[in-house]
Design a protein around this ligand. Structure first.
Ligand code: PEP
Ligand code: MN
Length: 268
């Protein structure tokens, strides 16, 4: 498969001193205190570059918590001011893009359900172009194991003039019930790397595993495949998290997990 991606290296938009890029924070922003306290603990580890938090949550079925909404952008801004961490959130509509950019969010991500829908991705890409802002965009793999949809979404973002792009490997839905919430299907990440070697790939062990216990195993495998970083969900008290409680880790557990990983330092 060919692609038409023009890619700026990760190091041109974020300095990680040759270490893996670490994005972490709660699945969902729940309260101002939860988000800001988690951000302080993450920043204090000295290992995290970007604070993530879902403000608008895509839920598989209605009737559950669907995100705190726009007010959470103010909390992200406060967390950034107090900790110096960059911020990232998921956008799924043109309105989300506008509000996130206006609120000073540093990095946008496209979620797995959105990547599976070219109309949605195009709407997001058009809104980014309309903003005139050269904001980095990271694109999760689609829920289904379809490499073309993943690359197609990256191409649509690229078409909006964004070259600061990366892919997130978050695993794929499968009918078979296995130990994983989303099957890693590593071969799809390998194929993406073969097709677009310059494209940074960031691993999301939280959504692959669906539970905390398996995260170290998946994270080490991602490092062995030379992936360039992680997005890992963390919460000041995972046991009471409003979404994805089983897979979130405390900031202290995150630091320990990262300390135990071995990875190759890129040649300088
Ligand atoms: C998330 O990052 O919390 C999320 C909803 O992920 P995904 O799009 O991978 O399901
Ligand atoms: Mn989540």
């Amino acid at each position: 498969m060919k692609h038409s991606l023009e890619i700026q290296p990760l190091s041109s938009w974020i300095n990680t001193d040759g270490k893996p890029l670490i994005i972490s924070g709660p699945c969902s922003a729940e309260t101002e205190d939860q988000l800001v306290s988690t951000a302080h603990l993450l920043a204090n580890t000295g290992k995290v570059h970007v604070l993530r938090a879902g403000i608008w949550k895509p839920r598989t079925r209605p009737g559950e918590f669907e995100g705190i909404g726009s007010i959470g952008l103010e909390w992200l801004k406060r967390a950034k001011e107090e900790t110096g961490l960059l911020t990232a959130t998921e956008v799924a509509t043109a309105q989300h893009v506008k509000e996130a950019i206006d609120a000073g969010v540093d990095i946008l991500w496209i979620g797995a359900r959105s990547t599976a829908n070219p109309f949605t991705v195009q709407e997001i890409a058009d809104a980014i172009k309309a903003s005139g802002k050269d904001i980095p965009v990271i694109v999760k793999n689609p829920v289904n194991p379809d490499l073309s949809l993943w690359i197609g979404a990256l191409e649509r973002v690229n078409g909006a003039g964004i070259k600061k792009i990366a892919a997130i490997h978050r695993g794929f839905s499968s009918y078979e019930k296995t130990a994983f919430r989303n099957e890693p299907m590593w071969d799809l990440a390998i194929q993406l790397k073969t097709i677009a070697p310059e494209l940074p790939i960031i691993n999301d062990p939280s959504h692959i595993c669906g539970n905390r216990e398996l995260i170290p195993y998946i994270a080490q495998k991602a490092m062995d495949m030379d992936m360039q970083g992680f997005i890992i969900e963390s919460h000041i008290d995972p046991s009471v998290a409003w979404t994805d409680a089983k897979q979130q880790v405390t900031p202290a557990a995150l630091a320990e997990l990262l300390d135990n990983l071995s990875y190759r330092q890129p040649e300088s």
